[in-house]
Design a protein around this ligand. Structure first.
Ligand SMILES: Cc1cc(C(=O)NCC(F)(F)F)no1
Ligand SMILES: [Ca+2]
Ligand SMILES: [Zn+2]
Length: 308
């Protein structure tokens, strides 16, 4: 296989140049990465080829191994950041792909029309282009890619039900691992959010209320468990566990937090876990790994957001 693996170059969403793992076959290079352990690949496809738009889409090819067109920017970043997220989970936790079985990581870019979102749809990633005002191509943010691929990890571990408190935890764990992929700021999605405005973001872990999220149980939003209610406000109430995560990371540090959050997600949490269950899971994980002082810091981080 090594014979067919290649390294190409690409232009990312923000105009930056980066190396991408490609595959060479019949005098053609593909955005197709066979370099990871086990037999899964990282593959990035385009949802449209001028004809129909169906998933997973169409392979992206170049005869010169250079993926530098405007259309290819979203694919270059989706591919590059998927590889970085794979490496993060493998190097820090020994996890082989999202399901720990080495399954493919498939991403489709240019999904939909002016679609202001990205998602894990159960077996693959999809990335919208954004409308150019609220978002630019959403794969251009490493924290967004980390957020979405963590939904895949959650699905194959705790499988937190996407509604009410368990759904807000599902969202929060994705934001927290998105932060772990982008620890230079406490913002979520800032690299692709409002390309015409600098300094803003979709969410903030350090200051959830800055973007309309609660940061304490006293402001928990009892929204309807419907699509219109965002399934009980999963993207709103995630501000509370997100603030607890900010408190935790600033008190016990990044490296310990990564291990504590991964252990809670993969060992202790279950589909119907509540915020109180998450506190207990994280405190127990901290105790397991680092002892009572670290456990106490985690407990205080949650006390501060009103989860006792
Ligand atoms: C409201 C709302 C927020 C989100 C969201 O977080 N999307 C994931 C991201 F990665 F694109 F940000 N979707 O609807
Ligand atoms: Ca960020
Ligand atoms: Zn999400």
């Amino acid at each position: 296989n090594e014979v067919d693996g290649a390294t190409g170059s690409g232009t990312g969403v923000l105009g930056d140049t980066k190396s991408v793992n490609t595959y060479y076959y019949n005098s053609t290079y593909y955005l197709y990465d066979i370099s990871k352990p086990m037999n899964g690949v990282i593959q990035t496809l385009d949802n449209y080829n001028g004809g129909d738009s169906s998933l997973p889409g169409y392979y992206i090819t170049e005869t010169d191994n250079a993926f530098t067109s405007e259309r290819e920017k979203a694919a270059v970043d989706a591919h590059y950041y998927a590889g970085k997220v794979f490496d993060f989970y493998y190097n820090n936790f020994g996890r082989v792909s999202w399901d720990n079985q080495g399954s493919d990581i498939t991403s489709t870019v240019h999904y939909g029309s002016n679609y202001n979102n990205a998602a894990w749809i159960g077996n693959q990633m999809i990335y919208g282009d954004g409308d150019g005002s609220t978002f630019t191509y959403l794969s251009g943010a490493n924290d967004v890619v980390g957020h979405e691929l963590t939904h895949a990890v959650t699905q194959s571990t705790a499988n937190l039900a996407y509604e009410n408190q368990s759904g807000a935890l599902n969202e929060s764990f994705s934001d927290v691992f998105g932060y772990f992929m982008d620890p230079g700021d406490w913002l979520m999605g800032e690299d692709v959010y409002t390309p015409g405005v600098s300094g803003d973001a979709l969410r903030s872990l350090s200051n959830p209320p800055q973007y309309g999220q609660p940061d304490n149980m006293s402001n928990y939003q009892n929204l309807p468990n419907t699509q219109a209610g965002d399934w009980g406000g999963v993207h709103t109430n995630s501000g509370i566990p997100n603030k607890a995560a900010y408190n935790t990371i600033t008190s016990i540090g990044l490296s310990k937090s990564e291990q504590v959050y991964y252990r809670a997600l993969t060992v202790y949490l279950t589909p119907n876990s509540t915020f109180a269950d998450a506190k207990q899971a994280l405190v127990q994980s901290a105790q397991d790994l680092y002892g009572s002082s670290t456990a106490s810091s985690v407990s205080s981080a949650w006390d501060s957001v009103g989860v006792y």
